[in-house]
Every structure is written in C-alpha cells, then in structure tokens.
Ligand binder design. Structure first.
Ligand code: FEO
Ligand code: CA
Ligand code: CA
Ligand code: CA
Length: 650
C-alpha cells in the first residue's frame, strides 16, 4: 500500500487505577450500565427475576442463560445502524450455587442421582442467547422483551452436523443413526462471526460433560472425556421415568453391549466444533466439522480479500496445545456479504465457505519465522508415512483426521503453546494477534525430551504434560501470559513476534516493562477495533489468577493503538519499557469475575463487555446477604458509553 500513513490515534482517556472493589470502574467521562443479567426474561413465558426465584427448566429456557462469554451484535436495518441489534451471546457454563441458592444448593452434585428437572434447568442455562437490544432516547440501553429475534440454543437443542465428519461412522448415534444431527452445544466460550452475517460459537470445555468408563478410544483420552462422573453429573439422571429418548443417558458414552438398539459411545464425537448460527432467522444451528475437533476457544475471520480464499483462525485452550487456521476452498465473493435485514439463506452461504477447505496447524520457529502445516490424510509425517497411515486410518479418511485433530497435529511437529485463547485480526494489514493466557506446565529446556519433535502422539490428557520453553513461549511456569502477533507470508509461511508480556510490575520477568498503571496477567479476550488504516485499537481483557497482579487489581480491560508503537524505520514494534505508557487500563471489573466478550456498535459510541463468574455482583456487595443466599451473583453484560456521546477511547 502506498497511501499516506495516517497519524495513529491517541487514546484520550485517563487510565484507571487498579481496583479491588465490588463494582465496575470506568474512566472519567464514561458511564457503565448493567444489561441482561442471567435469568432476564426473553418473553412472557419467563417470570421476572427475584433473588428468591426458584429456577425451572421452563423459566430458564425462556430467559437469558448463565455465565456470559463471547458475543457479537448483528444490525437489523443497515450495517451502520448503532442503536438497535440482535446480540448473540455465549452462556459458557453455570454457577450451580447461584442457580440453586433458594434451595440451599444443587441436589447430589458430587454423588448420587441428580433430579431430572435440575439437570434440565442446568442444560437450559448453557448454550447461546439471542436477544434484541435497543438504545432509548435518553441514551440508556434495554433488551426488547418478546422480540421475535429472542431465542435460546441450549445443550438440548437439535443441531445439524456438516462438513467432513457429518454422516461418517464416527458420529452415528441412537439419536441420529445417519450421523447428521446431534443435540446441544455447551461450554461456548469465545466466538467469531462471518462476513455473510452469521455467528460462530465455539465448544471449549465440553469433554468433561461426558463419561466413558469402558471402550475408551484415543480421542476420548486425548481430549479428556471424564470417567466415573461428569462435571455436573447430568448422566446420573438417566433412567428417570420422565427421561425421553436418552435425554440424559446420552451423556454416558460407555458402550452397552446388552442394548441391541445401540448406545451413546459416539455422542462425544458430536462435540468439539465451531457452530454456526443465523441470528436473523434462528434456524437450526450447524456444527462445521471442517474447522477441527478439540477444545475450541474461539474462531476469528482473517483479512477479507475479494477473489481470495477466506481464512479463520482458531486455538485450542489447553496447556501445550496448538493454534490452527482454516482456509476455505471457495474464494470470497463480495455478493455474499451480509445485508442486514435482507432475506436469504445465510447458512447455505456458510456451507459454501465453511464445509470445504484445509485445516492447518502452526509451528513457531525460534528465529521468528513460522509454518502452517496442513492436516490432510495425505500430509507426510517425519517418518515418511502419510498422516492417515500414521494414525491407522483409511487412506482418504479426512473425518478421522478431524476427530483426532490434536494427534494429527502432534505428528507434524506443531508448536505446543501457552494456552491459546482469543484472536483478533487487523482487517487492513491482516496481522493476527492471539492471547496465550498462562501455562503452569511450561518448563525450562530439557525437562521433557519427548515434548514435540513430530515423533509421537501425546499421552492421554490435555496436551503435553510439560513442554520446554521456546522463543514464542519463553517463560517457564508462565503466570503472566503473552500476546503473540503474526503476519502471513506468500505461501504457508509467516513471521511472528511477541507483542506484549503480562506480568506484575515488580516481577523479575516483566519483559514488557509494565508499571502499576498497566500491569496485567492472563490475557484472554481480545478485539481489534478497526477505525481505518493504522487507526485500530487493540482491546485486551483478562482472566487472571496470578496473585502478583490479582493482589493489586481485579480483572480488567486494557487498550493500546499498535500503530502508535511503530518505530521510525517502519519495523514491527511491540510494547516495551520505552513505550509501555501507551498501553492503558480502561476498565476494572467487580470481585471474583473475569472480563470477557467484547463488541462495539459500528459508530464506536457503545462498548459491550461481559462480567462472568462475579462473586456477588450486581445484586449486592453485602457479604452477609451473599452468604445467606438471599442474593445471587449474576453474570451480566455491561454497556460502556461516553457522557458526551463520543467514540469510546477517544
Ligand atoms: Fe472459556 Fe479458555 O476460556
Ligand atoms: Ca470463562
Ligand atoms: Ca476464555
Ligand atoms: Ca481464561
């Protein structure tokens, strides 16, 4: 590009101090409003919230789900409309104590049989909420109760399987003997979106919802399907007289040789995918299996170029797992771009791009170069076998490669990372940022000689038990985390650098020179807020458990303009002791929470973030009331605006 570089933006707000109060903190001149807390009614079938509301399957199915995480807004009338949209919101998991507070807690959570209606309620508290949000004349935001766009997708909602795994023997179940459907999605953590106007929701910590005591296969072990008892014991409600068609039995994947009709051994293989939702129609959701099967944190579209394939980046959030990208076979046709409000089959467009393409896994070399390694049945391993051969699969079994994505990635010598969480793409330059949140299983050189030379498949569990430091993941027992950035080369090559390291200001390995004003650890949520070439703001959200920082501040949102860091010679600049003051703290959340989910209206005057797993907030900070169960913490969305109505950050 030969255009005149514009002067980078200057962040105009005054950094907020670290805070450990039970409230949200915003800079001077900004307001924050709590919106759509858990259990807000979506329609008239749900009761209004009360601190002593006894939750039921019916109420929960008709109200906002629990534990808000990734989200994205879909304008209804035009792409610049900024006062009304459908919010697609992930409800990642549950706080069972808040859910069942009026009853004194959940029944038989640790042992014994769970009551069917409690399990149904918990199933309905997870998944996705679609809810219309609207700005009133006085500038406040409200949800539109009874809007035709309001809808829940839960861990029980029927969904379509699409792409290479669909219809294969790997996913044939009692529920779907032809392997084309499944029930539910859960642990929907981060999100993506597509240029054709759909929402992508990502299945992260789903394996422990299933139990499999016998007949375990390689992927059950590798991904961590439970034994004995599932995370919330949903499978224990099986056999209840009110159970319909394996409603709860499906969470027990142990093969049952006595049952001639079959069993649920393949149920876990219908999870671990990127799921596409059309927020405009609420049509049946589609699990796009071509983007790999693992603990997907999120999925982010790369730079959009007419006539070129589309790219989606996705990471596996476990210690020493990998970063992936999917490249579509189809070239981008701008005629497929979303027109808000227009009729049309957006999921058919989704099938065109997301069902056919190539999945790659990343190797980060110590010299700053990198390589995308294709996960196809024919890819050659170091031993001169094909991937299919090395995994014991039929020669053309792409479905088998996808079911065993991580094992295939091991065999290509991909680089084990410090827990990949969110990505963000500068849509002008195409540069990609990804948070690597922390890694307690990163060790000094040589401590695990088997880590990953592409020789072997990892032991059961989630990722290499330990992996030695490398240039991209250079700190042993990494508590601060880092954000890595890369730019694509001409082929399958790329160049990378670490953009910023989290740390406490006083840490000896405070590699980016952070101070009390911007110290952070465990970066998680990320958004590149495009405002024109070189004008973007990178927003960083934290989910921190490292005391070095947590003793000074609750979880937070920081902002930096990457272009403002740039060196005079044009080379890529990163946050360092020389420029660290350009990284500013914008927001701090209440006690016990993580700050996650991030969306801006097109005009940038409203910023939405989510407060997940707060300790008490927003009901009360009265510790006595909280302990007695008379108030219950409620994950919520917070909308942040400027008092003068201007753009956030400026
Ligand atoms: Fe659900 Fe990796 O965060
Ligand atoms: Ca979370
Ligand atoms: Ca996360
Ligand atoms: Ca996290």
């Amino acid at each position: 590009n030969n255009g005149m570089a514009k002067k980078p933006l200057t962040l105009a707000f005054e950094s907020v101090a670290g805070s450990r109060t039970d409230a949200v903190v915003v800079p001077k001149g900004y307001t924050a409003q709590v919106l759509i807390p858990w259990a807000t009614p979506l329609n008239d079938s749900a009761q209004e919230w009360a601190d002593d509301l006894a939750m039921t399957p019916e109420i929960q199915a008709n109200s906002v789900g629990m534990h808000h995480d990734g989200m994205y807004g879909f304008a209804l009338e035009s792409s610049t409309e900024s006062s009304r949209f459908v919010l697609a919101l992930n409800n990642e998991y549950i706080d069972e104590n808040a859910l069942w507070a009026p009853q004194g807690g959940p029944t038989n959570m640790a042992e014994g049989k769970r009551p069917a209606d409690e399990v149904r309620t918990e199933i309905n508290a997870q998944g996705i909420t679609l809810v219309e949000l609207k700005k009133a004349d006085d500038g406040t935001w409200n949800h539109v109760q009874g809007s035709p766009f309001n809808k829940r997708y839960t861990s029980a909602t029927t969904m379509t399987l699409s792409g290479p795994v669909a219809g294969s023997d790997y996913v044939k179940t009692l529920f779907s003997p032809d392997g084309t459907q499944t029930r539910g999605t859960n642990n929907n953590c981060a999100n993506g979106y597509t240029p054709w106007g759909t929402y992508l929701t990502c299945e992260e910590n789903w394996p422990e919802y299933f139990v499999k005591d016998e007949g375990r296969e390689r992927d059950d072990d590798r991904l961590g399907v439970a034994t004995g008892r599932g995370r919330y014991g949903w499978e224990t409600a099986a056999g209840d007289t009110s159970e319909q068609d394996g409603e709860f039995a499906r969470f027990n994947a142990t093969p049952n040789a006595d049952d001639a009709s079959g069993d649920y051994r393949n149920e876990p293989r219908t999870f671990g995918y990127i799921v596409e939702i059309d927020p405009y129609t609420g049509a049946q959701a589609v699990k796009r299996t071509s983007l790999g099967r693992f603990r997907h944190e999120g999925c982010w579209p790369g730079k959009l170029v007419a006539g070129e394939p589309l790219v989606f980046y996705t990471g596996h959030d476990s210690r020493n797992e990998y970063i992936y990208k999917f490249v579509t076979d189809a070239a981008w046709d701008p005629a497929d771009a979303n027109t808000p409000g227009a009729e049309g089959d957006r999921l058919a467009i989704g099938a065109k791009y997301l069902d056919k393409g190539t999945l790659y896994v990343a190797r980060f070399n110590d010299d700053g170069s990198g390589e995308w390694l294709p996960l196809t049945p024919q890819t050659q391993t170091k031993d001169g076998k094909t991937l299919a051969e090395a995994l014991g699969l039929e020669a053309d079994d792409l479905a088998g490669i996808i079911v065993n994505t991580c094992d295939a990635a091991d065999l290509l010598g991909a680089t084990p990372m410090d827990r990949p969480e969110w990505g963000a793409v500068d849509p002008t330059s195409g540069e990609v940022y990804m948070t690597l949140t922390n890694n307690s299983e990163r060790t000094e050189e040589g401590s695990d000689p088997t880590y990953n030379q592409g020789d072997d498949i990892q032991e059961p569990g989630t990722g290499f038990a330990s992996a030695p430091i490398n240039a991209a993941n250079p700190r042993a027992n990494n508590e601060g985390g880092q954000i890595i950035r890369w730019r694509e080369g001409d082929s399958t090559d790329f160049q990378w650098e670490v953009f910023v390291f989290g740390a406490a200001a006083t840490d000896t390995d405070n590699l980016s020179g952070l101070t009390e004003a911007n110290q952070f650890a465990s970066p998680d949520g990320l958004r590149y807020d495009e405002r024109g070439e070189g004008q973007g703001i990178l927003w960083i959200e934290t989910d921190n458990g490292y005391a070095g920082v947590a003793d000074h501040t609750n979880d937070q949102v920081l902002a930096v303009v990457p272009a403002a860091l740039e060196k005079s010679d044009g080379s890529a600049a990163v946050v360092s002791a020389d420029n660290q003051e350009l990284l500013k703290r914008f927001f701090v959340g209440p006690n016990g929470c993580e700050v996650t989910g991030i969306y801006f209206t097109p005009d940038k005057t409203a910023m939405f973030v989510n407060i997940q797993h707060p300790a008490n907030w927003p009901s009360s900070s009265d510790a006595t009331a909280v302990t007695s169960g008379s108030v219950r913490p409620r994950a919520s969305t917070v909308v942040i605006q400027k008092e003068d109505g201007g753009q956030i950050g400026l």
